[in-house]
Design a protein around this ligand. Structure first.
Ligand SMILES: Nc1ncnc2c1ncn2[C@@H]1O[C@H](COP(=O)(O)OP(=O)(O)OP(=O)(O)O)[C@@H](O)[C@H]1O
Length: 730
């Protein structure tokens, strides 16, 4: 692993929402000040309108009476989100694609336009769609790198983390701090993505599970903080610069819930308790930002005081710890209302913004040189499959030659099977290749599978999309809609259905071209997936947005038999699929070898039934996990019978393996649980240590207080003694 660091400040901008949404103020000539009710906006400075000062100050807490605030950018009510994106976010997105961790936050009072800014509408797309589109554009223009992108989408609701891609996994997500890996989120799903449309479809599906509620101040108020996270793996193409280390970075786009006063939002019951959780976590965020800004002001390294920063006081700060903790490029968009009655909240937001501005970050590009990345693993899998394809071709050729020779063996139905296997392997290679993203030029050069949405080279990742209505939120929040991303239209993806809270593929998307898989990973796959998790966890230590994921899913390969028609292929299944294909291939090759070595003259039949009665442990291992195929036949019928019983034997073996698989899965679950328990114990120990340290500090302070009291008493005593002595003298 290698890295290089550069010091940056957090980019902070303020967006002032329109006073009256129906008629935003007219555009002013460039540079001219604008007065919106109680505030004057001029250049990058926002300050109270002098005519309203006393009214404003009446609304405010006395400590807040500062007159003017200046920021990197100030966006007026008539600004478009696209210009905010270009000036305040684009550079963070590009840095992420270049290998730095990046985070963008929307912060502010309820109803000031955070979701409007992050998500946007059909005619004014927000930061998330603009950033996603830019990422794919970046890939399209990167002639010398290949990429693998994965997304996850989560919310923090009432201090609980929910996976918006897997809403049923509510209680399985855990967050803990690992000594080597940093903050780790266990149980979060990630989707490998290949086009902006696919990301939008996934986020829309996730939106349906987000907690939204009506309050007096916002009829669609976000009751949770949401974090959209993109993990970017990239590597220089072979034969080009800097070897083949994989760069891993993350881009986190965070739509924070808005602070609210219960009185103004007029909340009751669950809305009120949601508001309480929101305010508490935002308060902690404010506290963390204040401590970090103080550290930067005093030139203290964040690592040196990390244990004194209250990240642990809320799930939000815990999740954001890797971003805030130093290694990220950050942009904060602070949304404010210009209304006088919100002056107090506006001031609080401006204060938060100016503190954040002081924080210094040390962002690093990190390269991973071993194979602990999915990109590297996919490349290796492709290599293995290609080798197997070649040897299958050679075997086929030899077999054909044997058939043509005068002593040729009889042809059987296996020819069709072989063809099928070849097609399966080719499909698996194609599907893996599709997951690895390259520029159109590079795809043409390398002969990679053409994306079916590739209307023109310029637009190859960008399908027709399913454009939202002009003023509708960009991501539809429609719980009942069945969400479909067409595989062939949209860059070869599988379909993601949204039914009853679970993401599933729909039967109509089944493609007979690609091999079968089952959605539920078998033990071998689980084992493999766990090793990927472990490897990703190792990478996770360098993730700014923190940690690893429990399952890594891809949406890349479509299943091909009724057994799998209801299943959604994920990367675990992909591994499963690869192993299955390798297994089948092994069995086919084995059969071929046996045929090759079979003598052409007729031999005595072998008692296969006896062989099959049945010591499975004595089976010779074959690459596909199959049993040995008998070779001595008295007749064609016997050969068929032998193959049939061999099939039965394989069936039996499969069942045994399934039992093994279940056992292994159970063990893995136990191990997972144990790990979580250990993490919790560690957590408790760390907390205890913290409280001991706190006690120690308090004791030390008390001791020094006592010592100073003692010292003053002693000097008092000396003084009294001196007076007494003087009196005696006189
Ligand atoms: N700059 C803007 N231009 C036009 N409409 C806006 C703007 N900002 C916000 N709005 C509108 O104001 C309303 C509230 O905005 P939004 O839901 O984005 O606020 P929020 O800050 O996310 O609130 P909460 O914290 O309660 O979720 C929405 O109807 C939104 O369309």
């Amino acid at each position: 692993m290698s890295s290089s660091a550069s010091t940056t400040s957090i980019n902070v901008c303020v967006r002032v929402r329109p006073l009256h949404l129906k008629a935003p103020p007219p555009a002013t000539p460039a540079g001219a000040p604008l007065t919106v009710e109680c505030w004057n906006l001029s250049g990058n400075v926002i300050q109270p309108n002098p005519d309203y000062e006393s009214y404003l100050y009446d609304q405010m807490n006395s400590k807040n009476k500062r007159t003017a605030y200046a920021f990197d950018h100030l966006f007026y009510p008539n600004s478009q989100t696209a210009s905010i994106y270009n000036l305040a976010v684009k550079n963070v997105v590009e840095a992420s694609m270049g290998g730095y961790h990046g985070s963008v936050f929307a912060y502010g009072q309820t109803s000031t336009g955070k979701t409007y800014t992050m998500q946007g509408t059909g005619d004014n797309p927000g930061v998330v769609p603009l950033a996603v589109t830019d990422c794919f554009r970046y890939i399209e223009e990167s002639k010398d790198r290949e990429f693998l992108l994965r997304v996850s989408y989560m919310e923090i609701y009432n201090e609980q983390i929910n996976d918006l891609f897997a809403p049923s996994s509510v209680n399985s997500i855990r967050i803990y701090e690992h000594r080597g890996k940093g903050v780790v989120i266990k149980g979060m799903k990630e989707e490998v993505v290949m086009s902006p449309d696919q990301v939008f479809a996934l986020v829309s599906a996730g939106e349906a599970h987000r907690h939204i509620g009506a309050t007096e101040m916002n009829e669609n108020s976000s009751r949770s903080h949401t974090i959209f996270r993109l993990v970017i793996e990239s590597r220089a193409l072979r034969g080009r610069k800097n070897g083949n280390g994989v760069t891993v970075s993350t881009l986190s786009l965070v739509d924070l819930a808005g602070s609210e006063s219960a009185a103004q939002a007029n909340t009751k019951g669950s809305r009120r308790s949601e508001g309480h959780f929101i305010n508490k976590s935002l308060l902690t965020l404010g506290h963390v930002i204040w401590k970090l800004s103080e550290a930067s002001r005093k030139n203290i390294k964040v690592e040196d005081i990390a244990q004194h920063i209250p990240y642990r006081d809320s799930k939000l700060t815990r999740l954001l710890q890797p971003s805030l903790g130093g290694n990220a490029q950050i942009s904060i968009i602070c949304n404010v209302s210009p209304e006088g009655k919100h002056a107090e909240e506006t001031h609080n937001t401006l204060k938060f913004a100016s503190r954040a501005k002081r924080i210094k970050q040390q962002a690093r590009v990190t390269q991973v040189l071993d194979d602990a990345t999915m990109l590297q693993q996919y490349r290796e899998e492709i290599g293995i499959l290609r080798t197997q394809l070649n040897s299958l071709a050679v075997q086929n050729k030899n077999f054909q030659e044997q058939l043509m020779s005068p002593k040729g063996v009889a042809q059987d139905d296996d020819e069709g099977e072989d063809e099928e296997e070849t097609q399966h392997i080719q499909a698996a290679i194609r599907n893996l290749e599709r997951l690895i993203l390259k520029s159109a030029d590079e795809r043409k050069r390398g002969g990679s599978p053409r994306r079916s949405s590739e209307h023109s080279p310029k637009n190859s990742f960008f399908g027709d999309g399913n454009a939202p209505g002009k003023n509708n939120l960009f991501f539809k929040r429609n719980r009942s809609s069945s969400l479909t991303v067409d595989v062939e239209r949209s860059s070869g993806l599988t379909s993601i259905g949204d039914k009853g809270g679970e993401m599933q593929s729909t039967p109509k998307d089944v493609d007979m071209e690609t091999p079968t898989t089952s959605n539920r990973p078998q033990a071998a796959d689980r084992k493999r997936a766990t090793s990927i998790d472990d490897e990703m966890a190792a990478v996770g230590s360098i993730y700014v947005a923190g940690g690893d994921v429990d399952r890594i899913r891809t949406s890349s390969v479509r299943s091909g038999t009724p057994e799998s028609s209801a299943s959604n292929m994920d990367s675990v299944s992909l591994v499963n699929e690869l192993q299955r294909v390798q297994g089948l291939l092994g069995a086919v090759l084995e059969k071929k070898n046996n045929r090759k070595t079979a003598p052409s003259k007729i031999q005595q039949p072998t008692n296969f039934t006896a062989n099959l009665n049945l010591d499975l442990n004595s089976l010779p291992p074959t690459p596909g996990g199959g049993s040995d195929i008998p070779t001595n036949f008295s007749s064609k019928d016997e050969e068929i019978a032998a193959l049939k019983s061999s099939n039965k034997k394989l069936e039996m073996e499969k069942r045994l393996r399934k039992a093994d698989a279940q056992f292994l899965e159970q063990s893995l679950n136990d191990k997972d649980q144990m790990l979580c328990e250990v993490a919790n114990v560690l957590d408790a120990v760390e907390k205890h240590q913290e409280s001991l340290e706190k006690e120690n500090t308090e004791l030390a302070e008390a001791l020094s207080r006592m010592q100073s009291i003692l010292a003053s008493r002693e000097s008092e005593l000396l003084r009294i003694k001196g007076i007494n002595a003087d009196e005696e003298v006189f």
